[in-house]
Design a protein around this ligand. Structure first.
Ligand code: 2P0
Length: 320
């Protein structure tokens, strides 16, 4: 029996991943760019060689669909593995569009590899994490991370790559929590429906490469207006494909729209702040560290909770 505990941070996409070119291997239709966050984290302990397969989430036995996904992921690490026990905790709401699957599968991959006694190689780990949940392949590093779309059918060239560390640029993500309820349409289902039925989907795929180049250049130049503008464009285009799917997928709540207007008004007054939204109603606002408290105050009345997060570091792992 051996045991390892890993901690990984979620990441928020600045240029979005939406759509799969291969469902089985979780290969994306587009490349993406993210910022790994500090403070929020998933901690996952894997016991390699337990009396039986067992999965706990936030202190309780996990639902069977969640447990199946977790155990299937350990099978990817070693198809001949012994029974394993997994105990995982999120320091923030699970499955509410706050990227818990990203930090979750990154921590599970890292803890699983180390508990199994295998050599840890971040690129190999990123390829594995991607198969658990696409965005997880970006949480194997801190700071700004690019996910290469790749072209190979076996997915070996589709993984994360660190672009700039957390110290490169001291920006903030103000997370405006509209609700911590679990989302009605999961990301995977949403992506499949969008690809199948939205007339805007081909345009989303065709134009994403230009947004990614723009985002990468803006990060290198530490140009917030350039990055914020590209991020909002990528967000609105992604949500346009959801809104035009059949049946439509509308994650936005009234408070989501209220926050979007508040941030646009802040910008009119000269505050550099830009919005992004994922597969859920919460809004994340990118701004300078010096403006974060003013932004949080401006949107605070409109939502349940506001959190200010900065760039986070690499995942960590300990062997017991
Ligand atoms: C992203 N999202 O780039 C995009 C933007 C949501 C909207 O990655 O199906 O949990 O497990 O690969 O990674 C959320 O989807 O989806 C996501 P799967 P994942 O962050």
């Amino acid at each position: 029996m051996s045991r390892a505990t890993a901690t990984a941070h979620p990441n928020i996409a600045l240029i979005k991943y939406w759509g799969k070119r291969d469902l089985g291997l979780n290969l994306p239709a587009v490349g993406s760019l993210s910022l790994t966050l500090d403070r929020f984290h998933t901690t996952t302990q894997v016991t390699w060689g337990a009396p039986r397969d067992e999965v706990h989430l936030n202190g309780s036995p996990a639902a069977s669909s969640f447990a199946r996904k977790v155990l299937a992921h350990l099978d990817r690490i070693d198809p001949h593995r012994p029974p394993c026990a997994v105990d995982t905790h999120n320091s923030f709401p699970t499955a509410a569009g706050l990227a818990s699957s990203a930090s979750g599968f990154a921590a599970l991959t890292l803890a699983g590899i180390v508990a199994a006694g295998l050599l840890y190689d971040p690129i190999r780990a990123s390829i594995l994490a991607r198969q658990g949940s696409g965005s997880a392949c970006r949480s194997l590093w801190g700071g700004f991370v690019r996910w290469h779309r790749g072209t190979r059918a076996d997915g070996q060239d589709s993984h994360g790559e660190p672009v700039a560390g957390p110290d490169h640029w001291d920006v903030r993500m103000v997370v405006a929590l509209v609700t911590s309820a679990q989302k009605a349409v999961g990301s995977t289902e949403g992506m499949i429906r969008t690809r199948r039925s939205s007339p805007y989907y081909p345009t989303w795929v065709e134009t994403s490469e230009a947004d990614l180049s723009e985002g990468l250049a803006a990060v290198q130049a530490r140009d917030l207006e350039r990055l914020g503008t590209a991020m909002e464009r990528s967000t609105y285009k992604m949500h346009a494909t959801m809104h035009t799917a059949e049946p439509p997928i509308l994650y936005w709540q009234p408070a989501t729209v209220a926050v979007l207007h508040t941030v646009a008004a802040l910008r009119q007054r000269g505050v550099g702040a830009w919005c992004t939204m994922d597969a859920g109603p919460n809004v994340k606002i990118l701004c300078e560290a010096a403006d974060a408290h003013a932004v949080a105050r401006a949107v605070g009345e409109q939502v349940q909770q506001v959190e200010i997060l900065g760039p986070g570091g690499d995942p960590t792992v300990e062997i017991e």
